[in-house]
Ligand binder design. Sequence first.
Ligand code: VGL
Ligand code: ZN
Length: 198
Amino acid sequence: MTHALLVIDVQNDFCPGGALAVAGGDQIVPGINALMADASAVILTQDWHPAGHSSFASSHEGAAPMSLIEMPYGPQVLWPDHCIQGSLGAQFHPDLTVDRADMIIRKGYNPAIDSYSAFFENDHSTPTGLEGYLRTRGITDLTLVGLATDFCVNYSAVDAAKLGFGVTVRTDLCRGIDLDGSMDAARAGMQAAGVTVS
Ligand code: VGL
Ligand code: ZN
C-alpha cells in the first residue's frame, strides 16, 4: 500500500475575500500543512481557467452566477469568474506549504468543459493524466482534503474510488459551498462510491 495526500484547490479565490469564497476555506490550511509533513507523497490540484471560460456566468448572456445550465456534457453550475490562469486568485493560499508538493496538477483549462475532478473533465471521459501519474508511482491509496467538499473534492473522491483507489476524505480539512443541498448529496454520493468519509 502506497499512500498519497491529494490537496484539492486550496487557492485564494476559494478562500474568504476570493471570487468564489468558501466559508472557512482558509481555516483548513494549518491542518493540511500538518498532514503534508507526515505524507509519503503530496499532490496539489489547481483550478486553472482561461478568461471567458464556459463555466463562468459572465460567458452566458443574461445568466446569473450560481444558476444551472445544460451543457453538451450535462448540467453545469455557472460560477462567478474565478481562478483565471496567472491571476492572484488562482494562486495557492499564501500559507499553504506548496514547496512540499511532488506534483501540481492543473485542471479546467479546456475552455469548453469544466473540470471539478482531478481525474476527468466534467464530460467524465477526458482524463487529466493524474491516474497515470499515481499508477506509475505505485500509489494505491489517497487521502483527500481541500475545497470545495461538495464539488471538486466530491468529484475527485468519487472518480478515484471508481478507478479502484482506496479513498478517504477528511471532511474536517475540507469546506463546502452548499448549493441546494449539495453537501448532503456529496456525502451520500461519496459513501455510495465506497469512499471513507471521515
Ligand atoms: C470548484 C466550482 C468551480 C471547486 C472549482 O474547487 O470545488 N468549484 N470550480
Ligand atoms: Zn472552477
